[in-house]
Design a protein around this ligand. Structure first.
Ligand SMILES: Cc1cc2nc3c(=O)[nH]c(=O)nc-3n(C[C@H](O)[C@H](O)[C@H](O)COP(=O)(O)OP(=O)(O)OC[C@H]3O[C@@H](n4cnc5c(N)ncnc54)[C@H](O)[C@@H]3O)c2cc1C
Length: 458
């Protein structure tokens, strides 16, 4: 079949949802969250069903096109698209079905966390995800997933019960502890390497209203606050979560005007324990005399979407990550320096705690090997203006160079740019070999290679 005939057949099946260069809406359809990525796919197939996914996949394979899978499109290096290839865009597949009695949610592969949080909150339930709710369920989950509920309830993958997957050969399978357990193992951290996940089933936990918000200090306090944070948080009950942030204070309420556009350090908190204990829990934080105290009670989805407005689609992003067992004093000093040099208002550095429940899962139980580290760091140069792209990259790389020597030598796969095989192998550590064996079984031709790629064994 010629390329044109094949596109005609795919159009016959998916209708207007097959978008080609020159079509109205092509530029909008190819745009990712990261405005720095400017790729031009040959075909974008917006899939609304498992059947659409299978048709698009068959089309891409028969035409010999490189195939990218797009969930929420938030990936930093832009693996949700590909120059001259096929994008399987799952965004129309965003249904969320909650079984409140069983405390599970079945979520289609193109949903965002905002859609999940909205549906589960109606039942007073939630599952761990990230801290920006426009992020896709697909990429975040398949890479691991950490956020406000992680110290108490683990990574997102630790709450994955099953996944429905269209494999490279077009077969639809369910992966769980009992069905295709090797595939189920690989999906829990191995990224989009093994197939197109058309639905995820998650375990849910009772979470409704949380005590949350930022406490912030001037940038000059970074060394003191960070060294306190690094020792304080791991010693607290798992109901208390807080990530450390280097930031520029946005010029909006409720931040006091005198603090607007000042460089600052902050901890963004989420406490899911007994509200009657909140004052006692936060007393040590308040003793540090934050310049801004934004703590208060809020519905969990409100916390989840706090940063959505600050980080809309289309900003320029360049990020670098690393895992840390602790933040030694020499690294603290480097942070204090680079916080003062934040290049733009949106640029930031976050240190997320990944202790607690994360560490109750063994190193080889899922592909996420670094269960013994305590922190996952990301340095993100961010700005609306493409003219600042090089400045963002240089600041992020210089900052990363300064702290990397104190790291555990690997990073969270979802906080990596396109940094090469060595970094991919480092992140999976002892699990890389098994991942590549599962890859050889389910995708021997490496059809799914637009990702942090795991090479098929042999
Ligand atoms: C503003 C922002 C905040 C973030 N905060 C956090 C955070 O708090 N915690 C955290 O853990 N991560 C966080 N991340 C990182 C995030 O997890 C990754 O960027 C992730 O790749 C996004 O997933 P996505 O589906 O939106 O991306 P996409 O670009 O659509 O996909 C990312 C990768 O996953 C694959 N993929 C996506 N969906 C599927 C699917 N259904 N089946 C098979 N493969 C699929 C794609 O092929 C691609 O390789 C954040 C990212 C951003 C931009």
């Amino acid at each position: 079949m010629s390329h044109t005939t094949a596109i005609g057949a795919l159009r016959g099946r998916l209708g207007a949802e097959v978008i080609l260069p020159g079509d109205a809406g092509y530029d909008e359809a190819r745009a990712l969250h990261n405005g720095m990525i400017d790729k031009r796919p040959a075909v974008i197939a917006r899939c609304a069903s498992v059947g659409d996914v299978a048709s698009a996949l068959e089309f891409g394979r028969s035409c010999g096109l490189a195939i990218a899978i797009r969930g929420g499109g938030h990936n930093g290096p832009g693996f949700g698209t590909v120059d001259g290839g096929l994008v399987i865009d799952l965004s129309p597949m965003h249904r969320v079905e909650v079984d409140a009695d069983r405390r599970t949610a079945r979520v289609q592969g193109g949903a965002t966390w905002a859609q999940v949080d909205g549906a589960t909150h109606a039942h007073g339930l939630a599952t761990p995800s990230g801290v920006v709710s426009s992020t896709g369920v697909g990429g975040l989950t398949l890479g691991g997933g950490h956020g406000y509920l992680t110290r108490k309830h683990g990574l997102t993958i630790d709450n994955l019960l099953a996944a429905e997957v269209v494999l490279a050969d077009g077969r639809l399978v369910t992966a769980s502890e009992s069905d295709h357990p090797d595939l189920f193992w690989a999906l829990r951290g191995g990224g989009g390497n093994f197939g197109v996940v058309t639905s995820f089933t998650f375990r849910l936990h009772p979470v409704h209203t949380v005590i949350c918000g930022p406490t912030a200090w001037p940038a000059s306090a970074t060394a003191d606050v960070l060294s306190w944070y690094r020792d304080f948080l791991p010693a607290q009950d798992e109901e208390l979560y807080g990530f450390f942030a280097a930031m520029t204070v946005p010029p909006v309420a409720p931040f006091p005007e005198a603090f607007h556009l000042q460089k600052a350090c902050a901890v963004i908190w989420c406490y899911t324990g007994d509200p009657a204990r909140a004052d006692e829990v936060f007393a040590p934080v308040r003793q540090l005399g934050p310049a801004f105290d934004g703590l208060g009670a809020a519905p969990y989805p409100a916390l989840q979407s706090t940063f959505d407005g600050l980080y809309p689609k289309g900003l320029q992003w360049y990020w670098r990550g690393d895992f840390f067992t602790t933040v030694p004093d020499a690294a603290v000093a480097a942070h204090a320096r680079f916080v003062e040099e934040l290049p733009t208002m949106h640029s930031t550095m976050h240190i997320y705690p990944i202790d607690g429940a994360v560490q109750r899962v063994g190193t080889t139980e899922t592909p996420w090997a670094h269960r013994d580290v305590n922190f996952s760091q990301v340095i993100a140069g961010v700005d609306p203006d493409p003219a600042n792209a090089e400045v963002l990259k240089r600041w992020a790389v210089d900052y990363w160079d300064a702290t990397h020597p104190y790291s555990a030598g690997a990073a969270y796969v979802n906080f990596m740019m396109d940094e090469g095989q060595d970094r991919v192998r480092a992140t999976y550590g002892p699990n890389y070999r098994r991942l590549s064996e599962v890859k050889a079984q389910y995708d021997p031709d490496n059809v799914f290679h637009i990702n942090q790629n795991i090479l098929p064994a042999g």
